[in-house]
Unconditional design. Structure first.
Length: 832
């Protein structure tokens, strides 16, 4: 026997009947006895048979191929059957996290989840295609993957030769999922493609890391408009509005013979969210749960009414286990226990539990009646729910955002917020209220900053208080008839902080109408003045109240000394006004406080936001500082419209001030028809650069996108240093540098007749693309571009009949063919 926590690496030389050469296969083994013994001695008889656990133990006890070896299995299968490598890899990761194990909840086997159940038998289909016994596909990951690839190619059939994009595989992938309904098959296939967009970094049971790079795709265009799992608003549960209704017709008992007083958490164990839903629809399964929750985003599907009895924790001799409880399956598995730490799944699970605890008066404590795991129910002997992080889940359960409620309307102002939590040890809370629900994260809420702004209207640490009142005297007071989003953070000693999922509310009409003057913005022109220069002091004010402000007067102050004033008769609710004091002259250099004070207007209730200050840095006149550019270049020098170029430039500083004493400088990029900067030039992008005597030069490389509607011709990329005029320079004439580029519009001058006279094959290709023109047509030049517009290869000959793409990596390319008479044709080529 191997000692605990000691790795065993087994290296063997095997001969593969797929690749006619010897290759090393590396196997890894780890002492998983604590996990395996836990599983094998405690069986989840509600869903799994006892022999299923023996299978799990057998697979986890023996050496398992390493991640690197499994990658070679995927590559071999992809090459032999022409199925995209990334597609095979992502299916295996979503289904099993690359663990050869089985059976799953819906009787799926191996890394690729080949199923053998009452409604689908992809395992037998795949074994027949390979000419192997199906037990080999159950036990051997190499042939499990090879069988899956063979099956996908079989489902693609004769259409495979016409597949030009990853999305073309959607239909075969749907069938491959082996699920019971078209909606479920489509939803699971979409999940593979969606996960591929994001990429994967996942730890295996053997502490290796699976890395799958993101691959962009447009799979949403292939989804049926009526799919309730993809468009859940079409099938909302009548019992819980955040769940999809997909009620089963069997595997449950109508009604209950005991009052509901218990909530039971489960894990799927092996398999997926879609697989669990599919299995519960199978009338021979004799198992079900009221709800199933997805790990990736917390999506919930209801399969049994809470007023009926699901078959999820029943045990002989304990007839009320099922009758008294609501059961929930979570998408966490033995192969990927880290799924239990999905914030979205835990948050949605706890929120739903809290909702039904309120309805059925279930105690929100770890007790019976109360909150239970499956293995806590009387008479059970099961590993379920595995390694559920109970402390974290209970904090989610008890941290409840109470008022305003979800999507509450006509909320009175001032707005009163309250929330509740068991608190744990020395709880601390922060409330955030935003005008937008974008950018929210579980770690930072709407922002990691502690400041308030015109978007983040409330951002307050309430210490241990579980309530807050948003009043009209706040820097950003609530406005009538406005939708806001609010969230609360809980931080408890020994636990990382997290925010609740935000909820929306809409304020009602203001019961009292008052004006409220605020300062929206302040600036000077010029922004960095010099001694003796005439400076205009600007301010933008707004009436954020709901009554007209009258009269309005304000003072301009420099270092608390009034230097000017302004006035106006009135300002309507919601209106803004920009005014300025002209020609102020600073007599010496330094940093000054520029402040504006608005006098209290008639009936104004909140004057705390009537003043504001900014710092103005004044420099000595005629300084000897300078910003200039060197080493400017661009690649590629020829590009087609809509493509990308990378510009390299070094911005330099000459002077005596350190970086910390200077502002950041802007390096702007423009597309121009000449080397002179003008208002007609097209802005492309900019970069922010810090410079100073202690940091005199900085090299920047910026990727720029050429506008797609740019005509063919010769152009220049202009680099403009200190574009915001942040420095009073000794030489303002050396801030612009240019580099020439040639732009081609790849679709311009395409000759449709010429295109029809040319045949390219094979497509996709693994190397040579043959070019076959009609009789009398000659090819002079072929150019190959990537999808970013970079020219990768040019081949010229008097009589071209092909081009070699073998040195290019797998992907999609644009091939431009030019005839002897300058005719042009463009083709899309896939390189395998």
């Amino acid at each position: 026997m191997m000692n605990k926590n000691i790795w065993l690496v087994l290296v063997s030389l095997v001969f593969s009947n797929v690749v006619c050469s010897q290759e090393k296969e590396i196997f890894v083994q780890k002492d998983l006895s604590s996990l395996v013994d836990h599983v094998i001695t405690k069986t989840d008889t509600a869903i799994y048979k006892s022999e299923d656990y023996a299978h799990w133990k057998g697979y986890l006890d023996k050496p398992h191929p390493s991640v690197k070896t499994i990658e070679t299995y995927f590559k071999t299968a992809s090459e032999q059957y022409g199925v995209p490598l990334e597609l095979l890899m992502i299916i295996g990761q979503v289904e099993s996290n690359w663990v050869q194990i089985g059976p799953s909840i819906d009787r799926g086997w191996g890394i690729m989840h080949l199923v053998e159940n009452d409604y689908c038998n992809t395992l037998t289909e795949a074994s027949r295609l390979l000419g192997l016994d199906k037990q080999i596909l159950k036990d051997n990951p190499k042939y499990n993957i090879l069988g899956a690839a063979a099956l996908l190619a079989h489902y693609a059939g004769g259409e495979q030769k016409n597949y030009a994009s990853l999305e073309d595989w959607f239909k075969p992938v749907k069938k491959f999922t082996g699920l019971i309904s078209e909606d479920l098959r489509e939803m699971q296939a979409k999940r593979y493609f969606d996960q591929l967009k994001e990429g994967v970094t996942s730890k295996t049971l053997w502490d290796e890391t699976i890395i799958i790079d993101p691959v962009e795709n447009q799979i949403d265009q292939r989804i049926s408009a009526g799919n309730k799992f993809v468009f859940p608003s079409q099938a909302k549960s009548s019992e819980y509005e955040f769940a999809i209704s997909d009620l089963i017709s069997c595997n449950y008992t109508v009604g209950r013979n005991y009052s509901v007083d218990t909530w039971v958490n489960h894990w799927i164990g092996t398999g997926t969210y879609a697989g669990a839903i599919s299995w519960f629809h199978n009338c021979s399964a004799e198992a079900s749960a009221h709800f199933v929750i997805r790990s990736s985003d917390g999506q919930i599907t209801q399969t049994v009414s809470v007023y009926d009895t699901a078959w999820h924790c029943g045990v002989y001799g304990y007839p009320y286990n099922n009758s008294r409880s609501i059961g929930v399956e979570h998408e966490a598995t033995i192969a990927n226990p880290d799924l239990w730490y999905s914030f979205y799944m835990l948050n949605e699970s706890a929120r739903m539990s809290r909702y039904f605890c309120d309805i059925f008066y279930i105690p929100m404590t770890r007790s019976l009646p109360g909150i239970r795991g499956h293995n806590d129910m009387p008479g059970t002997s099961t590993s379920c729910p595995g390694s559920l992080p109970w402390e974290r889940w209970m904090h989610f359960l008890t941290l409840s955002a109470n008022t305003p409620g979800v999507n509450a309307n006509d909320v009175a102002m001032p707005v009163s917020f309250d929330w509740s939590s068991d608190g744990g040890s020395s709880p601390q809370y922060r409330i955030q209220v935003s005008t937008s629900d974008s950018g929210w994260t579980k770690e930072d809420g709407f922002t990691s900053s502690t400041d308030e702004s015109s978007t983040i209207r409330v951002n307050r640490n309430t210490a241990g208080n579980t309530n807050y009142t948003w009043t009209n005297s706040s820097p950003y007071p609530p406005q009538p008839n406005t939708t806001y989003y609010w969230t609360v953070r809980l931080f408890v000693d020994g636990m990382s902080s997290y925010y609740l999922k935000p909820r929306a509310f809409t304020t009602g009409a203001s019961t009292s109408e008052y004006p409220d003057m605020v300062i929206m913005d302040m600036w000077t022109t010029p922004s960095n003045p010099v001694v003796g220069e005439a400076v205009d002091l600007y301010v933008k004010i707004k009436n954020v109240g709901d009554a007209t402000a009258t009269p309005i007067s304000l003072d301009y102050k420099i270092n608390n000394t009034t230097v000017g004033s302004d006035s106006s008769t009135s300002l309507a609710p919601g209106a803004t006004q920009t005014t300025y004091f002209p020609g102020y002259v600073f007599s010496n250099a330094g940093t000054f406080d520029y402040c504006v004070y608005i006098d209290e207007v008639e009936n104004e209730q909140n004057t705390l936001n009537n003043s504001y200050c900014i710092n103005v840095t004044v420099e000595e006149a005629g300084g000897d500082e300078d910003i200039y550019l060197t080493d400017v270049s661009v690649t590629p020098e020829t590009i087609y419209s809509g493509g990308e170029v990378t510009v390299y430039a070094t911005m330099n500083y000459s002077g005596n001030q350190p970086d910390s004493a200077l502002p950041d400088f802007t390096l702007a990029y423009y597309l121009s028809s000449d080397c002179s900067f003008s208002d007609n030039d097209i802005y492309l992008s900019d970069a922010i650069v810090g410079l100073g005597s202690d940091n005199p030069s900085h090299t920047v490389n910026e990727t720029l996108t050429i506008p797609v509607n740019t005509s063919n011709g010769a152009y220049y990329i202009l680099c403009v240093a200190d574009a915001d005029a942040g420095l009073n320079e000794s030489d303002e004439n050396n801030n612009v540098a240019c580099v020439p580029i040639t732009i081609e519009n790849i679709t311009s001058a395409i000759d449709d007749g010429f295109s029809k006279q040319i045949v390219l094959y094979p497509n996709p290709t693994s190397g040579i693309i043959n070019i076959k023109p009609e009789s009398g047509v000659s090819i002079r030049k072929v150019l190959i571009y990537d999808l970013n517009g970079r020219q990768l290869k040019v081949v010229e000959d008097k009589h071209l009949n092909g081009v070699d793409m073998s040195e290019l990596s797998s992907g999609v390319y644009v091939l431009k063919v030019i005839g002897q008479k300058q005719q042009t044709a463009v083709f899309r080529i896939k390189k395998k």
